[in-house]
Structure formats: structure tokens, C-alpha cells
Design a protein around this ligand. Structure first.
Ligand code: Q9C
Ligand code: ZN
Length: 653
């Protein structure tokens, strides 16, 4: 199951033919240099090349009007003057005699990608296209976009393959108003977009791009806008929007297909976006989406105008699609006040539509909120070396090369047990599968993980506590922070250091316990692990933000003795999501007697997307409140848990 790369040089064969400062950034080199970056890094050859094709009229008409299509069809025959005049009908777009041809190829590329993913030829993929699509509307070009590639691909997937629910994630820095308008009243398509907004001062300057455009009629709740009201948003702001807005809703929605409007003008260095998120963040954004829809993910290029940043971001995305471990999410700051305000407003606007937000405060922090009036003085982020007057001044470190270890997954299991698919058996002592030899195997395995020889592993042990203690001891000798995620059981027996060298998150049903210190976090799931919505809320809203901020060098996931166990799909989701940390150095400890978990665990560790959890319904109100209360108590220490500005005005910065 590979990763598709859909690309054709033909889409570089149109360009701006006159002077227009608004349009000059949309250049053919955007494609050639992205493609070149994929070739240079060796990623292109690891992908499955899928040819582009022209979209048919019928396909384009899935979204656009006949009149508009006919008008665009005439452009190849226009004089320069006619082209210029035609262009003026629309905003921030230009036409060239070859634009129409390329626009049909861009749509066709997205459709070829959908075909590849939905027929099972590939697991996921990316289409590198020009022109982009997400601004284009039923009867109008806009923002460099001619046909709405992603909107057409969405309808096509639904019509041709009977796909029911499609999640569109638009991480481009502009609002894809074309996509919003296409699906506003359609509950089968969930559209999420974050975008530079600046209280409606940023292009396309639409009132419709604010957080309170939540969809219409049957589609109420299925349009989610996160307006960024300041420039300079960072990795932590983007992750907070994923953890506290997109992911809870996405899991509740349970898409059959994920399509990404993959614009990279949201990365540092981009002259349009003026944001500060690094190209590596796209590895995480991609990873966090890869366990939805059974891994069926189609990324379609939109914007991205700094060629260096664009190339690095495209590579980060593709390498993650290929299954390589994501780089460590180092040194995450607290989300900014402005970002938190936006996140708070979105959650409030959607509280009646999504059970994950039902306990969010109803009203925005104050009436001023994100309305037009509030455009402010130059903000502090601009002075922090992010966006400046001259875009050339923006620099950022080159992303580190990601070298996946030669062995992906090791299994420490008894000789008589068969080695799970895709795993390498790893036992120090062949004969004797006693506690001692298991301990030795585990420490040897941790050593190999540390040396980047083996990526991750699973072990079947007779005593989880003893095994855990051995691993922690060894890891701390290697000066690695360890995240311990313990599922089930009553209390962690082994004595955990409380100095920050380990962080323990203990999910359990039995005991109600308050956090002992910043580094020991008991999460009480009243209704146990059978309650999928409680489990996802705890994982997405609590565990992941804390874990990303902690940035462990090793993750230890242990199944403690307990009557109540998570379903194997919940377990696989948990494993899959944890693989985003510590460069996927995850060691899973399973108890003897729980052999049934070996297969599913191995499958996730080797990179198979977790199965969907089904449409996650509303969980019991009390569970949500308890988890949200815990989140609020912990956010003083773990700032990535914040979902609003109000709660901690006093001690900020
Ligand atoms: N003064 C995409 O990223 N800028 N389109 C207009 C008006 C238009 C961006 C500036 C930016 C369009 C796909
Ligand atoms: Zn854009």
C-alpha cells in the first residue's frame, strides 16, 4: 500500500503575462521546485507515480455552472487584451492561453488521486497541481484558482464510489470560500479551514470567513472556520487548533475519506501568510489525520509562495504519507492569546453541533471578539523575528533529515508464539522466556531504539510493572525523557521519578485520584474504555497536547491488569496517534493472557492506519465534565491544553 504522487510538468506551462503585483507570486517554479525537492530528497522515487488526465466537462459541472465553463473554455483563443479583460471579471487571478488546459489537468490530477486511493491502488497520496482550486466558485475564478479541484474531487468520490462522509481539511493560509460555498448546506462534507483573517482585513475579506459561519440548514455545524486574527502563528497554535477543534470533531464525524487542501502558505517564510509555523509541522498535521478514514488521505496542493518553505513543507508531508516517523515536535510554546481567542470562539459557535464542545462556554470571551472593529496595533509576534517588512529577512533552520531505522518493529514474544506480520523477533535468550530474559531483551531493545537501529517494538510480559521499571531505568540512564501511558489497572506500583524525567498518564476506570505532581496524571474514565467518546476525548484533548508539549524521547505504552480493556480499534488509534511522538519510538507492553492484542498492536506499530471507531456519539455529560475539569486544572502546567484566554489571564507570560 503505497503513496501516490500525481504530477505533470504540463501544469508549469502557463504564467502571468502582464504586470500585476497581486498575482506575480503564483509562478510555474512553485511546481518545478516542489517536485525537484521531492526528487532531491529521494522521496519521489518511493512514491507511486500516477499520471494526470484532463477532467471531463461532466466532472467540472459537478461544481461549476455551464456558463462559467463555457466562458473559461474560450480563454485559449483570446488575445492578450481579451485575457486581461476577462481576468478583470474576477479577483486576484490571471488567465493565460494554456490556463484552461492546466486547470482541467489540475482537476484531473485530483480525480486520479481519488481513484488511486479509493480503488486501493495506493493508501494515500499527493497531487502537485497548478492552478490551485479552493477559492474558485460555481461561476467565478478567484485567488489564482480556476476550477475547484478539491470540491470536484469530493463530489466525484461520493458519486463514483458511494463514499458517504468526506472531511476536507484546508490548512492553506487563505480561506477556501469556494469550498465553503459548495458544501455549506451539505452534512456529508465537513469543511475545516484555518486562515489569516485579521478581523476581515485580510484577503478575501469576507464576513463569511469568520468563526460564526457554521453551515446552513441540514449542513449546520459542518463548516468550521478558525480565523487567525494575527500573523506570526506558530506550531503550537496550529497544534492547538488540531487538538481542540479539528480532531475531536473529525473523530466524531468519522469520515470515509480525508481530502486536504494542502496549501503551504501557512508555513514560515511565506510572503502571503506571514506565519511562523515551521515546515516540519506538516509532518504532524499529516500524521494526525492519517488514522482517520482508515488512512485514506488525498492531499491536493493549493498555495505556497516561498519556494524554499514550500519545498520543505511538501517533503515533510510526503515523507509522513510514506510512513516515516515524524520529527520531534521540539520546544512548543504556549498557544498565543489571539489563537486561543479564536479557538475559544469556534468551540463556542459549535457547541450545539458537536458533543466534544457541549461543555465549552457559550459566549465568546467578550463581544469585541473577532469583529471588524478590532484591528490592532502591530502585534508582538511581528517583532519576534517572524514576519517582517521584508520577507527576505525571514529565516528558519533547515529541517533535519529524517532517517528511518532499518528495522521498523521488533517483537519480544515467546518462542512458541508466531511473530506478527511485519515484525522482527527480538529475544536475547532464545530458550528461556522468563522475566529476567524479558527484561534483558527489553533493555537491549531500548538501546537499539536509541541508536536508531530499531524504530519501535512490542513485548509480551508476565509482569507489566517490573518490565516498565526496567525500561524506565534504562531509558533514564540514556537521558531520554519517557512518556508512560498506562491503560487500565488500579495504581502504578513501581515508583516513578517525579523530576520530569518521566511523565505518566494513567487511564483507569477504577480509581478516582488527583494528580500527584505535574508528571503523574491519572485520568479517570468513569465508563471505562468501552466508552469510545470518553476515550477519544481523553486522548485528543488531554493526552496528546500534554505529550506533544513534553516531547518525550521514548513512549512506553503499557496495558496494566484490568477487567476493562479498550476495544482493539481504540487501542490501535491510541498506538497510531502516539507514533507521532519521539520519532515513533514507541514500546508497547502487553500482558500475558492478552495475546489477542499482539496482532492489532503490531499492525499499528508497523504503520497500518487504525480502523475507524465509527461515528462517535455523545458520551455521558458527567464524563465530559470530569475530563474537561481535569483539562482546566492541568493547563497551568501544560499550556497546550488551553482552549481559551479567559481561564488564565492572571498568570500568562
Ligand atoms: N491585494 C491561494 O493561496 N491575494 N490563493 C490578493 C489582494 C490573493 C491566494 C491580494 C491570494 C490568493 C491558492
Ligand atoms: Zn493560500
Amino acid at each position: 500500500m503505497g503513496t501516490a504522487l500525481v504530477y505533470d510538468e504540463e501544469m508549469t506551462r502557463y504564467k502571468l503575462l502582464w504586470l500585476d503585483p497581486d498575482c506575480e507570486i503564483e509562478r510555474p517554479e512553485r511546481l518545478t521546485s516542489s517536485h525537484e525537492a521531492l526528487l532531491q530528497s529521494g522521496l519521489a522515487t518511493r512514491c507511486v507515480s500516477i499520471p494526470v488526465r484532463q477532467a471531463t466537462d461532466t466532472e467540472i459541472l459537478l461544481i461549476h455552472s455551464q456558463e462559467y465553463l463555457e466562458a473559461v473554455k474560450k480563454t485559449p483563443y483570446m488575445t492578450l487584451q481579451d485575457l486581461q479583460q476577462f481576468t478583470q471579471l474576477y479577483g486576484a487571478v490571471y488567465f493565460h492561453p494554456n490556463s484552461y488546459h492546466c486547470a482541467t489537468l489540475a482537476v484531473g490530477a485530483a480525480l486520479q488521486l481519488v481513484d488511486g486511493v479509493l480503488t486501493g491502488t495506493v493508501r494515500n497520496g499527493i497531487a502537485l497541481v497548478r492552478p490551485p482550486g479552493h477559492h474558485s466558485m460555481r461561476s467565478a475564478a478567484s485567488g489564482f484558482c480556476i476550477f475547484n479541484n478539491v470540491a470536484i474531487a469530493t463530489k466525484y468520490a461520493q458519486k463514483k464510489y458511494g463514499v458517504q462522509r468526506v472531511l476536507i481539511v484546508d490548512w492553506d493560509i487563505h480561506h477556501g470560500q469556494g469550498v465553503q460555498y459548495a458544501f455549506e448546506d451539505d452534512p456529508s462534507v465537513l469543511y475545516f479551514s484555518w486562515h489569516r483573517y485579521e478581523h476581515q482585513k485580510f484577503w478575501p475579506e469576507l464576513r463569511d470567513s469568520d468563526y460564526d459561519s457554521v453551515g446552513k440548514d441540514k449542513g449546520l455545524g459542518f463548516n468550521i472556520n478558525v480565523p487567525w486574527n494575527k500573523v506570526g502563528m506558530e506550531n503550537s497554535d496550529y497544534l492547538a487548533a488540531f487538538f481542540h477543534v479539528l480532531l475531536p470533531v473529525a473523530y466524531e464525524f468519522c469520515p470515509d475519506l480525508v481530502i486536504v487542501c494542502a496549501g503551504f502558505d501557512s508555513a514560515v517564510g511565506d510572503p502571503e501568510g506571514e506565519m511562523c509555523a515551521t515546515p516540519d509541522i506538516f509532518a504532524h498535521l499529516t500524521h494526525l489525520l492519517m488514522n482517520l478514514a482508515g488512512g485514506k488521505l488525498c492531499a491536493v496542493l493549493e498555495g505556497g509562495y516561498n519556494l524554499t518553505s514550500l519545498g520543505q513543507s511538501v517533503c515533510a508531508t510526503v515523507q509522513t504519507l510514506l510512513g516515516d516517523p515524524a520529527p520531534r515536535p521540539a520546544d512548543l510554546q504556549s498557544p498565543s492569546q489571539s489563537a486561543l481567542e479564536s479557538i475559544h470562539c469556534v468551540r463556542a459557535a459549535h457547541r450545539n453541533f458537536w458533543s466534544s464542545f457541549q461543555h465549552s462556554p457559550a459566549a465568546p470571551p467578550s463581544e469585541v471578539s473577532t469583529k471588524r472593529v478590532k484591528r490592532e496595533e502591530k502585534d508582538e509576534r511581528t517583532q519576534r523575528g517572524g514576519a517582517t517588512d521584508s520577507e527576505d529577512a525571514v529565516t528558519w533552520p533547515e529541517p533535519q533529515k529524517r532517517r528511518p531505522p532499518p528495522v521498523r518493529t521488533a517483537a519480544v514474544i515467546p518462542e512458541d508464539a508466531s511473530c506478527p506480520d511485519g515484525c522482527r523477533r527480538f529475544n536475547i535468550s532464545q530458550e528461556d522466556f522468563s522475566n529476567d530474559s524479558t527484561g534483558a531483551s527489553l533493555t537491549a531493545l531500548v538501546g537499539k531504539m536509541e541508536k536508531n537501529e530499531i524504530c519501535n517494538g512490542l513485548a509480551l510480559v508476565s509482569d507489566v510493572s517490573t518490565a516498565m521499571a526496567a525500561v524506565i531505568q534504562h531509558a533514564s540512564a540514556l537521558k531520554q525523557r519517557v512518556l508512560v501511558v498506562c491503560v487500565g489497572g488500579t495504581r502504578i506500583q513501581s515508583h516513578m521519578p517525579e523530576d520530569g524525567t518521566t511523565l505518566t498518564v494513567h487511564f483507569n476506570k477504577e480509581v478516582l485520584e488527583e494528580p500527584r505532581c505535574k508528571y503523574y496524571i491519572p485520568v479517570h474514565l468513569k465508563r471505562g474504555f468501552g466508552d469510545v467518546s470518553g476515550f477519544t476525548q481523553a486522548t485528543l484533548g488531554l493526552l496528546l497536547p500534554i505529550a506533544y508539549q513534553y516531547d518525550p524521547g521514548l513512549v512506553l505504552l503499557a496495558q496494566a491488569p484490568s477487567k476493562d480493556r479498550p476495544s482493539s480499534s481504540c487501542w490501535q488509534q491510541l498506538v497510531g496517534l502516539l507514533l507521532g511522538l519521539a520519532q515513533a519510538r514507541v514500546l508497547v507492553l502487553l500482558r500475558e493472557g492478552h495475546e489477542a492484542f499482539i496482532g492489532p498492536t503490531a499492525s499499528s506499530l508497523t504503520g497500518t492506519p487504525a480502523p475507524s471507531l465509527g461515528q462517535v456519539g455523545a458520551s455521558q455529560a458527567e464524563d465530559f465534565e470530569a475530563l474537561d475539569g481535569l483539562r482546566r486544572r492541568l493547563q497551568v502546567d501544560w499550556k497546550l491544553l488551553r482552549t481559551s484566554v479567559q481561564e488564565h489571564e492572571d498568570e500568562d507570560n
